[in-house]
Design a protein around this ligand. Structure first.
Ligand SMILES: Nc1nc2c(ncn2[C@@H]2O[C@H](COP(=O)(O)OP(=O)(O)OP(=O)(O)O)[C@@H](O)[C@H]2O)c(=O)[nH]1
Ligand SMILES: [Mg+2]
Length: 394
């Protein structure tokens, strides 16, 4: 007890009190201390945490690295298959009628007349139809000819007619070769009647070339309609090609000049020139295209390197007259057949190539970029006559 009194006395002195400590004080202080000691665990302990219920595990956690499944590969339809679809109308309406015409009897005059009518409806043109009928008569008269023999005979004839002209081109001629980067720009002028598909085709070609790594300048030489220039601008923006345009109504040959100048200065690989549609029968408008050509040659004596005529396959035999006129005025170097998807008259392409001795460069079977591709004679004949694609045969 004495030692406790001494301890408390010391504590009083420490806090500066001079009061004497008696035994009553001691009991008071001791009982307070005891109370404090008893309450201490309760004071220092934290309030209990609310119990958090964890959701039950629904699946086992794997220690294996996660295998991410690749998204299904996008199926890209081949151009041969698009071509087949595009030409299916021509195939069904014309060439698909052959089995019904050729019964199991010997080839006679009546059958020959029916076949002649069929070939005319395919828009092969009188020269080719006459030649084909004579060939059939010579080879098959008095013999039984089946549908497949007739088709292979026609196919062989058309191939013989077209191949020497198409072989002037190699399949890579119109693809950009990066090894030629830095050479002067190749100038391609696109011409044709109203609505043939010139602007759309330029847009598609520009898109293909830029995708191959080429730098392309497009000249909007159709200065008659602001809408035509806007349409071209959309394609150029999408493809990354630069576009040279002039004010509505200004001189188209000025735009052609400006476009080639920009292509030369910027080191572009191609200069594509869109022109206004015009009737082949309007002499003054045709002459204007010649002026475009002359103006270009001031910047490059070889320009334009190509003059391609866009022909709408739906036009049928009228396409022949258009082709003849444009060729007479401009010396065409290539043909582009558009809208082969909407026509049963796709055969006109063949007779034009034969007549003009000018090859087909591109063929169009729809409005999207992928619906235009380099013309392939074998694929074309296969799709037209057999309704097939090369995949069916390999
Ligand atoms: N179905 C189909 N439509 C096409 C094809 N090519 C072009 N067209 C469409 O044909 C229409 C006319 O095409 P444009 O490119 O404007 O024709 P254009 O020759 O420039 O016409 P103008 O400038 O008015 O002389 C547009 O609606 C094109 O989308 C094709 O291969 N198939
Ligand atoms: Mg146009």
């Amino acid at each position: 007890m004495d030692s406790l009194i001494t301890l408390i006395q010391g504590a009083y002195q420490l806090v500066g009190s001079t009061t004497n400590v008696n035994s009553g004080d001691v009991w008071g202080v001791a009982s307070i201390l005891l109370l404090l000691v008893a309450a201490l665990p309760a004071l220092i302990s934290r309030p209990p945490r609310p119990e958090v219920k964890l959701p039950e595990a629904t699946q086992e956690i794997s220690t294996q690295p996660e295998v991410v499944e690749a998204p299904p590969a996008k199926v890209v339809e081949s151009f041969a298959s698009r071509l087949k679809k595009g030409l299916s109308r021509s195939h069904q309406e014309i060439w698909g009628r052959i089995p019904a015409l050729l019964g199991s009897k010997q080839l006679d005059q009546e059958q020959l007349e029916e076949l002649e009518e069929l070939l005319y409806s395919a828009d092969l043109g009188p020269t080719m139809v006459n030649e084909l009928i004579s060939k059939l008569e010579e080879e098959w008269s008095g013999k039984e000819i089946g549908a497949s023999e007739f088709k292979s005979s026609v196919s062989q004839y058309l191939r013989e007619k077209m191949a020497p002209i198409q072989q002037q081109l190699s399949p890579t001629d119109n693809q950009f070769n990066p090894e030629h980067k830095g050479e002067k720009p190749k100038v391609i002028m696109i011409v044709g009647v109203n609505g043939a598909g010139k602007t759309t085709t330029i847009g598609k070609i520009a898109t293909k070339l830029t995708a191959q790594g080429a730098s392309v300048v497009v000249g909007a030489c159709d200065t008659f309609r602001a809408a035509a220039v806007d349409q071209l601008e959309v394609w150029c923006e999408r493809s990354g090609a630069s576009m040279v345009r002039a004010k509505e109504g200004s001189n188209p040959s000025g735009v052609a000049y400006g476009a080639l100048e920009q292509a030369q200065q910027s080191g572009a690989d191609y200069c594509l020139l869109d022109t206004a549609g015009r009737l082949h029968t309007k002499g003054n408008l045709m002459e204007e295209l010649n002026k475009n050509k002359r103006v270009l040659s001031k910047l490059d004596p070889d320009a334009p390197h190509e003059v391609w005529l866009v022909l709408d396959a739906i036009t049928g035999q009228n396409a022949m007259r258009q082709a003849e006129e444009f060729n007479r005025t401009l010396k065409l170097t290539g043909l582009i057949f558009t809208k082969c998807d909407g026509s049963s008259k796709a055969g006109s392409a063949i007779s034009i190539v034969d007549q003009l001795k000018v090859p087909i460069i591109y063929i169009g079977v729809g409005e999207s970029v992928d619906d235009l591709d380099i013309f392939n004679l074998d694929h074309y004949l296969l799709a037209l006559l057999d309704g097939g694609t090369p995949e069916n045969y390999h």
